[in-house]
Design a protein around this ligand. Structure first.
Ligand code: THU
Length: 128
């Protein structure tokens, strides 16, 4: 099983746990951490629609609550198990914990955070 197959399977399993009574659009996300473990998340919607948590929010929470570390590979999937591009807000979340070199599986294939979030605002800006 390739790295991407493993992450896609983990993201698909998370997607099947999504809480999406409003959009009916389940999303699952999975990432490999630099110590080898895999963290996942699913979207969790809310009757106050804007309060919805994207799958990536759950993944980042799982990352921190399981010991932290740097994300090295990331994939998210839609309800068909197909690769999905993370929304803009979630790209910012991923940047914080993976940086420019985080590899992502996008619908077009593998890419990096530097490609999908150019000229990003990151933690180092706060040091200037
Ligand atoms: N969604 C995610 O979970 N992650 C993304 O990167 C894109 C959008 C969710 C939010 C909402 O529950 C549903 O997809 C439809 O927008």
């Amino acid at each position: 099983m390739s790295n991407w197959d493993e992450l896609t399977a983990a993201a698909t399993a998370a997607m099947e746990r999504a809480y999406v009574p409003y959009s009916k659009y389940p999303v699952g996300a999975a990432a490999r951490v630099d110590d080898g473990r895999i963290v996942t998340g699913c979207n969790v919607e809310n009757a106050a629609y804007g309060v919805t948590l994207c799958a990536e929010c759950g993944l980042i929470s799982a990352l921190i609550n399981s010991g932290g570390g740097r994300l090295v590979e990331f994939a998210c999937v839609d309800g068909h198990g197909s690769a999905l591009m993370p929304c803009g807000r979630c790209r910012q979340l991923l940047w914080e914990h993976g940086g420019a070199n985080l590899r992502l599986l996008m619908p077009e294939g593998e890419t990096t955070m530097a490609e999908v979030l150019p000229q990003a605002f990151g933690p180092e800006k706060l040091e200037e």
